[in-house]
Design a protein around this ligand. Structure first.
Ligand code: SF4
Length: 247
């Protein structure tokens, strides 16, 4: 692990460099009782794109699952997309980052979390030793969204859209079997955990989804607008690192 590079990123993020091994949290985060949240119910399969067979979504492996998503027309969002944005990262990643949905750049390039917010997310992950394309000494992080198609004008996904897309995310979680899920931003957290709680409250709690621990933190785009919150975000990441190390 390149600690000098990590320290550089941490200073750029406005955070105090620390050592990954043996580092003690400056402000321990209180552990709350896990809150069990059941998986969303599957929606009826309405399409079977050529080549993906007749298997239900919950039985598809990575490649046919991605193919099915690429041809999906289950909700209105297929009309406004350039392409679907399935997810990125190693398929055995221990950490799963879940965001809201693709923005304009992601829609163009077919990859989640690129642009300025994506770069910030990559730096934050690097600071705890994780990456969407891990090099030697780094751990893998898989990045996906609640909806796989861009909502027009970056509006929030509607309940029927995130509901229609949920079986794809659920199958990604099932295939990945991550040690930890981090939901970034209010929309992702509320959708995943089926709650209307504000993000500030969710940050203080520990959840579970499909038996996997879930942490909630700020969306990197929000941190770009509100850099003063980077300290809280860094506390969340250190908590994530502790949970991953302990898993
Ligand atoms: Fe299908 Fe999800 Fe895209 Fe809606 S957002 S069309 S459910 S892939």
């Amino acid at each position: 692990m390149d600690s000098a590079r990590r320290d550089y990123y941490l200073r750029e993020l406005g955070m105090t460099p620390y050592r990954l091994r043996g580092a003690e949290p400056e402000e321990p985060v209180a552990e709350a009782e896990p809150i069990q949240v059941s998986e969303a119910e599957s929606v009826e399969e309405q399409i079977q794109p050529a080549g993906t067979g007749n298997l239900p979504t919950e039985e598809l492996d990575w490649t046919p699952l991605e193919k099915r998503v690429s041809g999906c027309t289950l909700c209105e969002l297929h009309k406004s997309r350039t392409q679907t944005v399935f997810g990125v990262g190693p398929q055995d990643a221990g950490l799963l980052i879940i965001g809201e949905g693709p923005g304009a750049e992601e829609d163009k390039r077919g990859e989640p979390f690129i642009g300025r917010a994506g770069k910030l997310l990559d730096k934050m992950l690097f600071a705890i030793g994780y990456s969407r394309s891990p090099k030697k000494g780094e751990q893998g992080a898989y990045i996906a969204n609640v909806v796989k198609c861009r909502p027009p004008n970056n509006r929030d996904p509607r309940p029927e859209e995130s509901g229609a897309c949920r079986p794809y995310l659920d199958r990604q979680i099932e295939l990945l079997k991550p040690k930890l899920i981090v939901a970034v931003g209010r929309i992702a957290a509320q959708n995943l955990l089926d709650t209307a709680e504000p993000l500030g409250k969710m940050r203080d709690r520990r959840y579970e989804y499909a038996g996997i621990p879930v942490l909630v933190t700020y969306h990197p785009a929000y941190l770009l607008r509100s850099p003063k919150q980077k300290g809280k975000s860094w506390a969340d990441l250190k908590q994530a690192k502790r949970l991953l190390d302990a898993a």
